[in-house]
Design a protein around this ligand. Structure first.
Ligand code: C2O
Ligand code: CU
Length: 459
């Protein structure tokens, strides 16, 4: 089909449906339609899987815009349950953060909600529901949000890889044991099938010494991906949407749920060979993305890239004077949690479990009435997260990026989600400069549902 023919058809469709908002027309935001659909997730001969997706597809549409531009999307909820959209990692207006009960009411089936906000930071972000997310994301609701740098680094191709795992049954259906207490008390819902951008065996044709930008995002409910590269060499240039001050040599990478990593890589496999993004599971490597090398792009490798331009993040104030709060993480299988407060009542672990709660933050299972921390706007604060459990937790703070403070005071890169290992204590520091109420929770979604969430208020 020629381009002009396609253009003609598109025009005809618009003309025939004058009531539908068209993207780009001033004042009429495009619709983001959350609805049931189906996807070919499994091997080529496997049946299609009923999913929920934005536009009915997995992943949902990629939203790309320039740094500083506004994004407007009208969420229309055609799901059989309420929903919302959270724009993960965006330092957003609080009212647009998409957290039912904290920043907006849930959007009922048949309802809609207009998200309209600016994206201050260039980088790799994503969007997903924040209502029953352990079910809605496991069913396929997520998409990429890419905010382009003013002057993007020179690469030959730029690919977003949304890495997911699914719990598939032999008939191609998803196992519907969403939010199972056993998963919640252990590592969360770990799947048995991995996809990249909703495909199994994601493959691209590349050329030798081609320069790729790979934007990796872990969109799984709970699985931590241990990744490495084969036949690809280069640099890690950003984490969680925020540029590293200095690119690091790309090597092994642990990607917790919700975390992102931007890599700039050169294809280093021989002509007619293959390069891989490899996921390691119990000592075995699985190719989750394959790059088939077909010819050579250039004789020599390109010079190393410089750092990506920094985003306008506030600089931390002096840490010695900063207020510090402690966040005790307790619970889970093989944990020591005996009792915790739920809805204002102290309950023993059996009563908690009967209510689907097996985790606590500072002795509170589920959202506390009062915030973990009420910060003055612009205040630098420290949060000491003490993981007194035998499970890793990917802790995510909304509306801000923080830096890890090492035992020696060294500051890590800016992040929005930090993996805190079993028995580890991890301290973060941030400038609480974004007014509103912001969730702080484990992004292992079953953990969050079963109690691992709290919030901070920025005045
Ligand atoms: Cu990715 Cu609270 O969210
Ligand atoms: Cu957790």
């Amino acid at each position: 089909m020629s381009l002009s023919r396609r253009g003609f058809l598109a025009g005809a469709v618009c003309a025939a449906l004058p009531g539908l908002p068209r993207p780009g027309r001033a004042g009429v935001p495009p619709v983001l339609l959350a609805r049931p659909g189906s996807a070919r997730l499994g091997p080529p001969d496997a049946p299609a899987t009923p999913v929920w997706g934005y536009g009915g597809a997995v992943p949902g549409p990629t939203i790309r815009l320039r740094q500083g531009a506004r994004i407007a999307r009208l969420l229309r909820n055609d799901l059989p349950q309420p929903s919302s959209v959270h724009w993960h990692g965006v330092r957003i207006d609080n009212a647009m953060d998409g957290v039912p009960g904290l920043t907006q009411p849930p959007v009922p089936p048949g309802g809609s909600f207009l998200y309209d906000f600016a994206a201050p930071d260039a980088g790799t972000f994503w969007y997903h529901p924040h209502h029953r997310s352990w079910e809605q994301m496991a069913r396929g609701l997520y998409g990429a949000l890419i905010v382009e740098e003013e002057a993007p680094p020179a690469v030959d191709r730029d690919d977003m890889l949304l890495i997911d795992d699914w719990r598939l049954a032999a008939d191609g259906h998803l196992r519907e044991d969403f939010g199972a207490l056993h998963d919640a008390a252990h590592a969360g819902r770990i799947g048995n099938w991995t996809t990249v951008n909703g495909e199994s065996g994601w493959t691209r044709r590349v050329r030798r010494r081609e320069r790729l930008r790979l934007r990796l995002a872990n969109v799984a409910n709970a699985r931590i991906f241990a990744l490495h590269l084969k036949g690809l060499v280069g640099w890690l240039v950003a984490l969680d949407g925020q540029p590293l001050a200095r690119p690091r040599k790309a090597g092994r990478l642990r990607l917790a749920p919700a975390q992102r990593a931007d890599l700039i890589l050169d294809v280093d496999a021989p002509d007619s060979g293959e390069a891989f993004l490899v996921s390691e599971e119990r000592g075995r490597g699985y190719a989750i993305a394959t790059f088939a090398v077909d010819g050579s792009m250039r004789a020599e490798r390109l010079p190393p890239p410089g750092p990506l331009p920094a985003n306008p993040l506030p600089a931390l104030g002096p840490l010695a004077d900063a207020r510090s709060v402690r966040l005790a993480m307790e619970g889970g299988a093989m944990g020591a949690l005996r009792r915790a407060t739920l809805d204002g009542r102290a309950l023993g672990i059996r009563d908690l479990a009967a209510r689907g709660r097996v985790w606590a933050l500072n002795g509170q299972a589920d959202m506390p009435e009062t915030p973990l921390l009420a910060a003055a706007r612009g205040e630098t604060v420290r949060i000491v997260m003490v993981n007194d459990t035998v499970w890793p937790h990917g802790m995510h703070l909304h509306g801000h990026h923080f830096r890890q403070v090492g035992p020696d005071g060294a500051l890590g890169p800016f992040r929005d989600t930090l993996l805190v290992d079993p028995r580890e204590t991890a301290e973060i520091a941030l400038v609480a400069d974004n007014p509103g109420d912001w969730l702080l929770h484990c992004h292992m979604l079953e953990h969050s549902d079963a109690g691992m969430k709290t919030w901070i208020r920025v005045g």
